[in-house]
Design a protein around this ligand. Structure first.
Ligand SMILES: *Cc1c(COP(=O)(O)O)cnc(C)c1O
Length: 452
């Protein structure tokens, strides 16, 4: 009661609690835009969309339902939505040279669930990379609350992994699969691709082996889709993968979303799994924004992907020459947008993540090979992961990578003053405020757009 009496006094007349919460939300949104316009964004799963993608996201499509397939919708009012969705599917098929594309999955996790649902039953076995070997929690075991185990009841086996090469061990995998078959536990699905993803996976080496045993091969390109589209990584559908799943927002230019690709023979099973199985609304505004992003990737994706890979390599080399322990050294550190650093000599990955965050350098801590054996968990892992997709979209090149490496070293090794590093980051960002590699981009990439 006392607090009820105090409440009006703490507030200007006429301002309700709800009005204040409302104002706080907008305050946080604006602060966030400013933070990201001044920071060095190195989260490997993030990117910055063009103003065109943001415009599509704000459209009225976001208020509509379009259940089903274009031309076979469950609701009226879908005439123009169908036009965009047909365009979107055509762009996706062209970008990835696929016979079939379902653009409706609302995320990469939903795209993976569509594959599990379409091509396996609960209780079946799936072989996938473990998390320290680069796997994603959506490929994970039930006891880790991984999507595959927890939601679809798959029984997960891990690929044997060679940490020196940062690669799936092909011979050991064949041996393991033969043993699984002898034990009547032949996998139904082989999942390739992952989240800590420095080098291409052995799709060509394993897909014939799996195909002859009727194991469905799915390649999870959530991280590397933009590099595949740009012709700068492997090409899983040509190397023998049956289907490919991805997120549209990591190295691609999209809004957050998912995509499933395959050949025409997979279409019916995937369509049924996505709707009605896994979606009701498929977030139509995101679908429209995906179409815009796919068009940008067809037009600008090759140049972008080449710069991303070159920037990642440069960042890794600079960090290594600054004395940091960069993974994958034997193979030239990286062939993707990512760089992984073992920081255990200095502090655990969580402490390093926080120190860099105070300096406005945004990265994530990362479980790396050997962590689990050493008794480390995801709160205090041995590594950090860096990605250059976003800084590359902002137009940064080799010189900026060298500067970023110096700033990272100064925080991790020298314990540099956070305020000084924040100033240096802001300075570095001054000339990098717009999304490049797009048709139109007059507005700043981080501009806060007020409609109220
Ligand atoms: C990020 C990621 C996903 C999940 O994608 P969302 O779009 O966040 O649902 C799936 N698989 C891999 C390998 C990923 O890295």
């Amino acid at each position: 009661m006392a607090s009820a009496r105090r409440r009006p006094a703490a507030r200007p007349a006429g301002r309700s609690r709800a009005r204040e919460a409302y104002a706080r939300v907008f305050g946080a949104l604006r602060d966030h835009s400013r933070l990201f316009s001044e920071a060095i964004p190195l989260i490997a799963s993030e990117n910055i969309p063009s103003p065109a993608v943001r415009e599509a996201l704000l459209s009225d499509f976001g208020n509509r339902y379009a259940e089903g397939w274009p031309g076979e919708r469950v609701y009226a009012g879908c005439e123009h939505i169908d036009r965009v969705e047909v365009e979107c599917m055509g762009l996706a098929r062209r970008l990835f040279r696929a016979g079939f594309a379902d653009v409706r999955p609302t995320s990469g996790v939903v795209a993976n669930l569509a594959i599990y649902s379409a091509f396996s039953d609960p209780g079946d076995v799936m072989i996938a990379p473990s998390i320290p070997a680069g796997g994603h929690i959506s490929h994970g075991k039930r006891e880790h609350a991984g999507t595959a185990g927890l939601v679809h009841g798959l029984d997960i086996e891990f690929y044997p992994f060679d940490a020196d090469e940062m690669a799936i061990d092909v011979d050991a995998t064949k041996k393991k699969v033969r043993a699984l078959k002898a034990a009547r536990r032949l996998p139904k699905i082989a999942m390739l691709g992952g989240s800590l993803f420095l080098f291409p996976h052995p799709v060509a080496e394993l897909s014939g082996f799996f195909r002859s045993r009727k194991v469905h091969v799915n390649y999870d390109a959530a991280h590397v889709a933009g590099l595949i589209a740009g012709g700068k990584f492997q090409d899983p559908l040509r190397e023998g993968a049956d289907t490919m799943t991805l997120s549209t927002h990591k190295t691609l230019f999209g809004p957050q979303g998912g995509l499933v690709l395959g050949s025409k023979s997979h279409a019916e099973a995937i369509k049924r799994a996505v709707f009605p199985g896994l979606t009701s609304s498929h977030h139509i505004h995101h679908m429209a924004a995906k179409a815009v992003a796919f068009a940008e990737a067809i037009e600008f994706g090759r140049k972008y992907a080449a710069q991303v890979v070159s920037n990642a390599r440069r960042l890794a080399e600079e960090l290594s020459s600054q004395g940091l322990r960069v993974l994958g050294e034997r193979r030239g550190f990286t062939e993707s947008h990512q760089v992984a650093v073992d920081v255990w000599d200095h502090a655990d990955g969580g402490a390093v993540e926080r120190a860099l965050e105070r300096a406005n350098i945004i990265v994530n801590r990362q479980l790396i090979p050997g962590d689990i054996r050493a008794g480390r968990n995801y709160m205090k892992p041995g590594g950090i992961r860096l990605g250059v997709s976003e800084v590359t979209r902002l137009g940064m090149r080799g010189g900026e990578m060298a500067e970023i490496a110096r700033l990272i070293r100064s925080v991790i090794v020298d314990g540099a003053d956070a305020a000084r590093t924040r100033r240096a980051a802001r300075e570095l960002r001054k000339g990098h405020q717009r999304a490049r590699y797009c048709f139109e981009g007059r507005r700043g990439a981080y501009d806060y757009v007020r409609l109220r």
